[in-house]
Design a protein around this ligand. Structure first.
Ligand code: PMV
Length: 309
């Protein structure tokens, strides 16, 4: 039997790092996709290296059922993805989510919560303390607020907000998610009260009021404040700060890094697509980044002509 699964990339709008320590976050599933195919046939058309050794390292995290299935025969693995690797747009969660879905096809236990648990456990291969938001967004749809109920449970709530546009960019990463998560942990150990106050405020910024008009203003103001806090926590870089300044000067209402930081993803909120295109042009002309403009119409993401530089 051939087992297929797919999952998505994600964008954290607010609450990165804060959510690891129990505070809320706001994230969006992106129309970027990773597909995993496990096949018993050696003539599976590979688009690159056989990813079997990577999958062999991930499956043991997923529990005895998944491991039993994996060991029951020789599997050939194909991974197709358009999620940029290691940039803060959820490539590892998209991979573990797609793998969990593929594996679940070969198991009797297929409930969504079991698939999510398998994906989340496998995400631990990439960093030790995943909050679960990346895998939830990889396997879910839409714009959702996350509230941590306890160590094991993240409650999700759909977020209602009016139209806005945004430029999502990625810069080369100088540090991994694991490094950045450990960096915050070190700060908590050395400067607990200030660090907790910053994380708490980052979490508060993730809980949006129902705003239908001029949502971009609220998002821009909050993004600027969030980025200042993330900078003070030491997870931004000069290249990220520079790209954000250029984007703001070109007309964005505000912007911030997205994900763990140390380079990687950023988001600039704009009034509309026309403004976002100007911002995109200014940012790409002056830095080594890849960008994409997205438009939120109040209910979902709409395609914008799909220019990816
Ligand atoms: O790995 P990234 O860059 O997508 O960031 C994950 C977001 C963090 O809050 C830093 C970690 C987590 O598990 O939530």
């Amino acid at each position: 039997m051939v087992l297929n699964g797919q999952a998505h990339g994600k964008l954290l709008l607010f609450g990165e790092h804060a959510v690891v320590h129990g505070f809320p976050a706001l994230g969006l599933t992106l129309p970027l996709r990773t597909q995993v195919c496990l096949s018993p046939d050696s003539d599976i058309p590979l688009n690159g290296p056989d990813h079997a050794s990577l999958v062999a390292r991930l499956v043991p995290y997923m529990g005895p059922g998944a491991l039993h299935l994996w060991r029951s025969q020789t599997w050939h693995v194909r991974v197709d993805s358009n999620v940029p690797m290691g940039c803060g747009l959820g490539s590892s969660a998209a991979l573990t989510g797609a793998l969990a879905r593929a594996v679940a096809h070969g198991m009797t236990e297929k409930r969504p919560e079991s698939i999510r648990r398998m994906a989340h456990q496998a995400e631990r291969h990439f960093h030790g303390r995943p909050s679960g938001v990346d895998t939830a967004l990889a396997l879910g749809e839409g714009l959702v607020t996350f509230h941590r109920i306890d160590a094991a449970v993240l409650k999700t709530e759909p977020c209602t907000i009016g139209p806005f546009a945004m430029v999502v960019g990625t810069l080369p990463r100088t540090h991994s998610t694991r490094d950045m998560v450990n960096h915050i942990q070190d700060q908590l150990a050395s400067n607990r009260d200030t660090t907790l106050a910053r994380l708490s405020r980052l979490g508060s910024l993730a809980v949006l009021p129902d705003v239908t008009e001029s949502a971009w203003t609220l998002l821009g103001d909050r993004a600027n404040e969030a980025h200042t806090l993330l900078r003070s926590l030491g997870v931004s870089t000069p290249a990220l700060d520079r790209a954000l300044s250029i984007g703001r000067a070109a007309g964005a209402c505000g912007g911030k890094l997205s994900g763990a930081g140390g380079g990687g993803a950023f988001v600039l909120f704009c009034k509309d697509v026309t403004c976002a295109r100007q911002v995109e042009l200014a940012v790409t002309q002056s830095s080594e980044c890849h960008t994409h403009t997205y438009q939120w119409d109040g209910q979902g993401l709409v395609t914008t002509g799909d220019k990816t530089s």
